[in-house]
Ligand binder design. Structure first.
Ligand code: MEV
Length: 450
């Protein structure tokens, strides 16, 4: 069936939006209405709060909220809240936390916290004149005319750190930037940076227009293209690391030396092979995104930044690295990430507030460290499995519950299968076969017919 465009959709009530959806896209399926409404919260105020986070909301989308305890970070014990739907992620994080708990834990260092934004503009004229005017008067004016915007941030020891005129004409004809560097302290700072940039653009245009040394043609040629922060923040970096004597790394029947060799090789492969680096980093982001989402931060920004940083040297590479020096194994991640612990969802979303509470109301720098630790732990757990037992053993054990839920297994059946697969390899086929045996049927279709 071909669908028709809809007018004024955002003005419909929630019920109206659902009714339209069900009639237009779901063949009038009454069950769909029930499904959507069963996720509405009974507490009308709480529901309203969530509805107002976004637009055209018709229901809530649940995501498991789990805990990974026993993280020793800078000699303090943390329980890390994680919002993630993929089975094994929280279990892997917890396992890695436990492993490093006995080996000195994780250490984090905030290396820098500078965020960036640009006014992208075009200019056809004397570049030296523009450069001189920028340094002599415009720069000071940009600071002065954003004083109202930066007042609160300055009171918190943040604000504008630096302003540069960048000539990009070698890459694109007539293209220039004002590159702003900012310190946004405990807020992610997107609104702050973008507000400053939009004011910079106005000031720049006004200053050039009022400057008699620029010709009319030069004035007219100055066109603001856009003002926007950059999600690439290579100067907003935290390092998380673990280290211990090599001999503490024996793994089952694999000796410590063999484990370290296999592990280091796996990291090296991710460093030089983009196909592997992508999966390697995806595993890291399993940990990072889970904490970023649980703490109400923008995981798309964190993802975008992590991947451009992974490609900063011209080829996509691993975000983690390891070395062995003087008998000490060291494994680390340098993570560029712009996070906030004030502003945005952090003071609005009840679970986000709770998550930040669980973490001891961290500063943005502390949260950067915790997030990097979650990524490093996740990568350690994944590589540890990959180079020893293989990933599927643990993965499929966790996935067992998803398969059983798909089969609508009873609680007793779930218990039975968890026990049954304790010493066996879970495969989808094997679970189905055993499930049918237990139910005394030939196929799953037979169960569905009942
Ligand atoms: C799965 O979500 C993540 C892994 O593929 C990561 C990796 O291979 O390192 C297990």
């Amino acid at each position: 069936m071909k669908h028709q465009p809809v007018e004024g959709f955002s003005k419909l009530s929630k019920e109206g939006k659902i009714e339209w959806l069900v009639n237009e896209y779901l063949n009038g399926d009454e069950k769909a209405i029930q499904t959507l409404k069963q996720y509405w919260n009974d507490d009308a105020d709480l529901q309203k709060l969530h509805d107002e986070f976004s637009e055209n909301t018709i229901s809530n989308f649940y995501m498991p909220f789990g805990l990974a305890p026993n993280f020793l970070i800078n000699d303090e014990l943390y329980t890390i809240p994680m919002a993630v739907e993929e089975s094994s992620v929280v279990a892997a994080a917890s396992k890695a936390a436990k492993f490093w708990l006995d080996r000195g834990g994780f250490k984090t260092t905030v290396i820098s916290t500078t965020k960036l934004g640009h006014v992208h503009f075009m200019y056809e004229g004397d570049v030296e004149k523009l450069r001189n005017a920028f340094e002599a008067t415009i720069k000071a004016k940009l600071i002065e005319e954003t004083n109202d915007i930066t007042k609160n941030m300055r009171a918190r020891n943040g604000g504008i750190l630096n302003l540069e005129l960048i000539d990009k004409t070698a890459d694109l004809e007539n293209y220039f930037q004002i590159k702003g560097s900012f310190e946004t302290v405990d807020s992610m700072g997107a609104n702050f940076i973008n507000s400053c940039l939009e004011q910079f653009a106005k000031t720049l245009k006004n200053e050039i227009d009022a400057d008699a040394t620029f010709s009319t043609e030069e004035k007219d040629s100055l066109q603001i293209v856009m003002c926007i922060l950059s999600n690439f923040t290579p100067d907003c970096i935290v390092r998380a690391e673990v280290s211990c004597p090599v001999e503490q790394l024996a793994e089952g029947n694999v000796s410590a030396e063999e484990f370290v060799e296999k592990f280091s090789r796996a990291v090296r492969i991710a460093e030089i092979e983009p196909y592997r680096a992508t999966t390697h980093n995806k595993g890291i982001m399993n940990g990072i995104d889970s904490v970023v989402i649980a703490t109400g931060n923008d995981f798309r920004a964190v993802e975008a930044c992590a991947h451009s940083y992974a490609a900063k040297d011209g080829q996509y590479s691993s975000l983690t690295h390891c070395e062995v020096k003087d008998g000490i194994f060291r494994f680390w991640i340098d993570l560029p990430t712009a996070l906030g612990t004030i502003g945005g969802l952090t003071s609005l979303h009840p679970i986000v507030k709770l998550a930040l509470g669980i973490l001891g109301k961290p500063s943005a720098g502390e949260l950067m460290g915790i997030v990097a630790v979650a990524g490093l732990a996740q990568n350690f757990a994944a590589l540890r499995s990959l180079v020893t037992t293989g990933i599927q053993k643990g993965h499929m054990k966790m996935h067992l519950m998803n398969i059983l839920n798909q089969l609508e297994a009873t609680e007793d059946e779930k218990k039975y299968f968890v026990n049954f697969f304790k010493d066996k390899t879970v495969t989808h086929h094997f679970v189905i076969e055993e499930f049918c045996k237990l139910r005394g049927v030939k196929s799953v279709e037979e169960i569905k017919k009942d």
